[in-house]
Design a protein around this ligand. Structure first.
Ligand SMILES: N[C@@H](CCC(=O)N[C@@H](CS)C(=O)NCC(=O)O)C(=O)O
Length: 335
């Protein structure tokens, strides 16, 4: 029996950074991440894109950047860039171009990442501002946008700069998305709309919202373990706050441990035990959270084949479940 050191895989990966392509931790819809992807795609940088669930950040992201925001770029030499503006700056360097620290461009970027972004978040999540006034936030955001509009109307050169598209337009797109019809008729925004609308249909944006730059499927940490379960058993466990099962139809009490798999073992386990079930869920488990809950994980051989599987010697801690997705999720996952 071999006890598994939690997060071994994350550390191994870090030490191998020198041999890997750049890694980009991203969240498809995040305007900061869209900004970074636009810049990196324009600079033709090769990246391994890792789509992150913000509710279940993989340990590798937190090892690279403890603040846990996306985007994060890990360069092949191990350097980490964890601010979207810095990723744009780095991408511009690859293109032999300078950061827009002049005049109107610099003012727009400062306004966008400062007051405008705060107002945008207030409008998007009014519940997070119980004493705030979302409609006043919208009015103030519109006042800023009218200032931007005037500046860009008088300085049409600035609008032509592609790096300003990367920096500003993902945020303007998000504001427009709050209420597309109202945005279309707000007075004083004509220049901004003329700038934004063609970009929304542009190949540049489409490229970073589709695979391989804009993955929808969440990247899975190699350190995670997996447990297949019937959807109804999982629903009931969430209701009662306790998961009593070891495997299909057998409880932890009967078996003595909870069966689990490594990622590469999931399809075969599904084929052996769950293929005839109509509603199956795959739980991804964080071994660090399992260890923190005081549940040992042992590698033990299956009696028939000797293949080693991870076994949890204690109840599955509900807080260790980082993802719960229908399985098979799509054709590529079917056994
Ligand atoms: N200043 C950062 C901000 C990045 C940021 O806040 N990203 C959001 C997603 S849009 C995030 O990762 N939030 C962390 C969370 O929600 O847990 C940058 O420019 O990269």
């Amino acid at each position: 029996m071999v006890e598994i050191p939690p997060q071994q895989a994350a550390w191994t990966e870090k030490s191998e950074a020198g041999r890997n392509p750049a890694v980009l931790y991203s969240f498809r819809r995040c305007p900061f991440a869209i900004r970074a992807r636009l810049a990196l795609a324009a600079a033709a940088v090769q990246v391994e894109l890792r789509e992150v669930s913000l509710a279940a950040k993989p340990p590798e992201l937190l090892v690279a950047s403890a603040k846990g925001t996306v985007p994060v770029l890990v360069l092949p030499d191990g350097r980490v860039i964890d601010e979207s503006q810095e990723i744009v700056r780095w991408s511009l360097e690859q293109l032999g171009q300078a950061w827009p620290d002049d005049g109107l461009a610099a003012q727009l970027v400062a306004s966008c990442d400062g007051e405008f972004k705060a107002l945008l978040d207030h409008c998007r999540y009014p519940e997070r501002h119980p004493n705030g006034d979302a409609s006043a936030a919208r009015q103030r955001a519109l006042t800023l946008l009218r200032q931007w509009n005037r500046g860009l109307h008088e300085d049409s050169q600035t609008r032509q700069r592609p790096e300003l598209e990367w920096l500003i337009l993902p945020f303007l797109r998000q504001f427009r998305g709050l209420d597309v019809e109202r945005f279309a008729i707000e007075p004083g925004l004509d220049t901004l709309r003329d700038w934004l609308e063609p970009w929304l249909e542009s190949p540049d944006l489409k490229a970073v919202m589709a695979s391989p730059w804009g993955e929808r499927r969440v990247w899975h940490s190699p350190s995670w373990l997996y447990h297949l379960t019937l959807a109804e058993d999982w629903r009931q466990a969430k209701r009662q706050g306790f998961y009593p099962w070891s495997t299909r139809g057998m409880t932890l009490e009967q078996v003595g441990f909870v069966h689990a798999s490594w990622r590469h073992q999931v399809a075969a386990t599904y084929g052996r035990f769950y293929a005839d079930a109509s509603d199956v869920v795959l739980l991804a488990l964080d071994p660090q959270a399992i260890a923190n809950a005081g549940v040992p994980i042992l590698q033990e051989p299956a009696p028939d084949t000797g293949e080693l599987f991870p076994h949890l010697y204690g109840p599955l801690p509900m807080g260790a479940v980082v993802l719960a997705d229908p399985y098979p999720g799509d054709a590529s996952e079917a056994p």
